[in-house]
Ligand binder design. Structure first.
Ligand code: HEC
Ligand code: HEC
Length: 272
């Protein structure tokens, strides 16, 4: 019923708008869908779809494990980014909350145009069939002690499909892609920290260190919260990574190189 009321209200507001504004103020859900899947929206090859499903993940498991939650049914939340509902919302609507991701994770150099924002908004509304009002619960799972102990006894065979589902999109077969090649010879704690804290945002949200995320550092690995990747799944993934053959020397040397700004020219085409 609330939906009907809101729709009725927006219709009323619509008629109150000057005609000139009405002509420019429509978003295209089809165009928004294209933007959602476009790796060209940002500068590092990531699209929204790398980190968010646009369907009901519980009913329609496609086998992928994404760092962010599905945006299905999400367009009518009271607040975004898990902010306190009693405090003023920093974002007017879902598309403005999404711009955080575009700038932070997709390293977009330019802002979305007003038209693109409306298109994205129209698409996120189109995939909202049963509006959820409650703010999203995020479960960051950084280790407050910083030690990340107990990640050493995973099963590499179980870890292989989990790696493919959660990490392969950015670290193809453990090599360099959108993200750098992953070293094989580090302690389990090294991997656990990276997955739980990502580019630092996971550490901020867990309360480990409010300054852990430095926007100027140019990092963009998303953290995986406890409801995205369980402790056991993480252990298995770590066992799998540590069982991989060592990196070829040339890839190891480039492991900190950013996509698009390789430290030396790649010797063979980069995997995509
Ligand atoms: C590299 C991964 C990544 C990319 C790319 C990304 N996001 Fe996100 N986004 C996240 C994470 C992690 C969160 C934190 C909340 C969560 O776990 O869903 C988030 C949060 C959000 C939220 C707030 C959700 C809420 O209910 O509070 C919205 C909306 C959103 N993203 C939309 C988008 C859109 C649209 C795009 C593309 C323009 C995008 N994101 C790109 C990872 C990403
Ligand atoms: C959306 C893209 C993306 C996904 C998905 C992703 N990573 Fe990353 N990863 C990155 C980027 C980018 C970096 C470089 C550092 C940064 O930006 O934070 C990185 C860095 C790392 C590093 C540190 C490498 C080094 O030499 O310091 C490790 C370890 C790692 N990722 C493991 C994983 C694992 C394990 C998964 C799956 C659970 C995963 N990543 C999923 C993008 C991603």
């Amino acid at each position: 019923m609330r939906v009907g009321l809101a729709a009725g209200l927006s219709l009323v507001l619509w008629f109150l708008l000057p005609v000139s504004a009405q002509m420019t103020m429509t978003g295209s859900a089809a165009e928004g869908r294209r933007l959602f899947h476009a790796p060209t929206l940002g500068t590092n090859g990531l699209s929204c779809a790398h980190c968010h499903a646009d369907f009901d993940e519980e009913r329609q498991d496609d086998g992928l494990i994404r760092a962010g939650h599905s945006l299905y049914n999400a367009a009518a939340r009271e607040t975004w980014w898990g902010k306190d509902p009693k405090r003023p919302n920093a974002y007017r609507q879902i598309a403005s909350a999404a711009v955080v991701c575009l700038e932070h994770y997709q390293r977009s150099a330019t802002r979305l145009s007003a038209q693109q924002t409306m298109d994205l908004q129209a698409y996120l509304e189109a995939i909202t069939r049963r509006p959820e009002r409650a703010p999203l619960s995020v479960f960051p799972a950084g280790d407050l002690s910083g030690a990340y102990e107990g990640h050493g006894d995973g099963n590499r065979l179980d870890g292989q499909p989990l790696f493919m589902a959660a990490c392969h999109a950015c670290h193809p077969n453990g090599g360099a892609g959108i993200g750098p090649a992953i070293p094989r010879d580090r302690d389990p704690a090294f991997y656990a920290r990276k997955v739980r804290e990502g580019d630092g945002l996971g550490a901020v949200l867990t309360g480990i260190d409010p300054d852990a995320y430095d926007p100027a550092a140019g990092l963009f690995m998303p953290f995986f919260g406890a409801d995205r990747l369980s402790q056991r799944q993480l252990r298995d993934i770590i066992a799998y990574i540590r069982s991989l053959p060592p990196l070829p020397a040339d890839t190891a040397a480039k492991k900190s190189g950013r996509r698009g700004t390789p430290k030396s020219p790649p010797s063979r085409p980069r995997p995509r």
